[in-house]
Design a binder for this molecule. Structure first.
Ligand code: ADP
Ligand code: MG
Length: 380
């Protein structure tokens, strides 16, 4: 059954159209977003689609092909407050709620979601849903909002309706991405710039190695890292760690305890690596950023301490098998690593990583290539 047929089945009428928004992978720039720093994600060639129609009342009905039962979750936009919607429906409903909170006029919608973005692999299936719904509502209610404005709406939905304290990177990548490009985002000004990332043209591919593990300290670890960054910025007398450069690290080492210093050093050097990566992409092309990926991983493993045995093994085994550069990506304590590889080495690297995981007694990883794709928009 097509998505349109499925929509008719579940809602009893046809949708007006179908919109889609991609997931994203972050090339470099980890834990820099909430420090007002730089990130370099790209929109991937796996997207979430939403079939949508408008309603005359304030009701939102959402359903997902995720659930075979055809369950439809109903809420009333007039009655909603932050945090009111539980479970996955908080993402789509949260977007419509956030649009209203921002002062936009809209009535209800019927929405059917169908996603090709794997959940919890660090590819932002959550932002893909938000952005697909955001572009659908933007067009159907003629709101005229830009990609950057819609990104903030998606972030607000995730922060306030879902209750996840995330930055604006994921939504920016999903909305602003372009084929063959990464999105260089300044998380302070929200200024975004497209940077060429011609992987295929250079015989390269970016592999995602999803370790399929999520360690229990992920949530507490994330909060603790954020706190350490705030303390570091406070002691150094800056608004955010973004305002420190590598030249400030010597002073920081004298003022901060060893652990806080290493947290700060990761953020400061990671921001520098993102900027260096952007320059290298312009000047030399994608292959040139490989050493920065390696350095980023070491920094997250040793200074920020958010890696884990599975991520370290993904990085080490892929590099040993010929990957040019490799690092963990995402929040840490599980999730995915990425490896920059030559196209002819994809199979060799994939089998070597799979074998290394088997030998270590780890869950078999999911390994697949992603490429920089077009951001969110209407598909039919
Ligand atoms: P990530 O964004 O890294 O994939 P998150 O925890 O931020 O992980 O978001 C995953 C959540 O998004 C899921 O737990 C679910 O609530 C929602 N989600 C993802 N894909 C779908 C889908 N196809 N249908 C319904 N909800 C989905
Ligand atoms: Mg997410």
């Amino acid at each position: 059954m097509t998505l349109v047929q499925e929509f008719e089945d579940r809602f009893g009428h046809a949708p007006i159209g179908v919109w889609a928004a991609p997931g994203r992978v972050n090339v470099i720039g980890e834990h820099t977003d909430y420090n007002d720093g730089f990130v370099l994600p790209f929109a991937i060639d796996r997207a979430t689609s939403v079939a949508a129609s408008v309603r005359e009342d304030s009701t939102v009905r959402v359903s997902s092909t995720f659930s075979d039962s055809g369950e439809v979750i109903v809420s009333d936009l007039d009655e909603l407050s932050a945090g009111d919607v539980d479970g996955w429906a908080a993402y789509p409903v949260g977007v419509l709620w956030a649009l209203r909170q921002a002062g936009h006029q809209l009535k209800g919608m019927d929405l059917l979601i169908d996603s090709q973005v794997p959940v919890g692999a660090g590819l932002s299936s959550s932002a893909a849903i938000e952005c697909a719904v955001a572009v659908a509502a933007n067009e159907l209610y003629e709101l005229g909002l830009s990609g950057s404005e819609l990104a903030l709406i998606g972030q607000r939905a995730e922060n306030e309706m879902v209750g996840a304290p995330t930055g604006v990177m994921d939504q920016s990548a999903s909305l602003l991405g372009k084929v063959g490009h990464a999105v260089f985002l300044d998380c302070r000004s929200q200024h975004a710039e497209l940077v060429p990332l011609p992987l295929q043209e250079n015989g390269l591919a970016l592999l995602v190695i999803d370790t399929r593990v999520s360690h229990s300290h992920a949530t507490g670890g994330y909060a603790a890292r954020r706190r350490a960054c705030e303390i570091g910025a406070d002691v150094m007398g800056v608004r955010a760690l973004r305002d420190l450069s590598e030249d400030d690290l010597e002073e920081a080492s004298g003022l901060l305890d060893d652990e806080t210093f290493r947290r700060v050093r990761h953020v400061v050097t990671e921001n520098a690596r993102v900027q260096a990566a952007v320059e290298l992409l312009h000047a030399e092309g994608p292959q040139a950023i490989a050493p920065l990926l390696d350095a980023s991983h070491v920094s997250m493993r040793d200074d920020f301490e958010i890696s884990c045995a599975e991520l370290d093994l993904a990085v080490e085994s892929s590099r040993k098998a010929g990957a040019l550069g490799s690092r963990m990506t995402g929040g840490g304590f599980g999730g995915s690593a990425i490896a920059l590889v030559q196209v002819e080495d994809i199979d060799r690297v994939s089998s070597a990583v799979t074998a290394a995981f088997a030998e270590a007694g780890f869950t078999e990883p999911a390994i697949f290539a992603v490429s920089p794709a077009e951001g969110a928009g209407r598909v039919s």
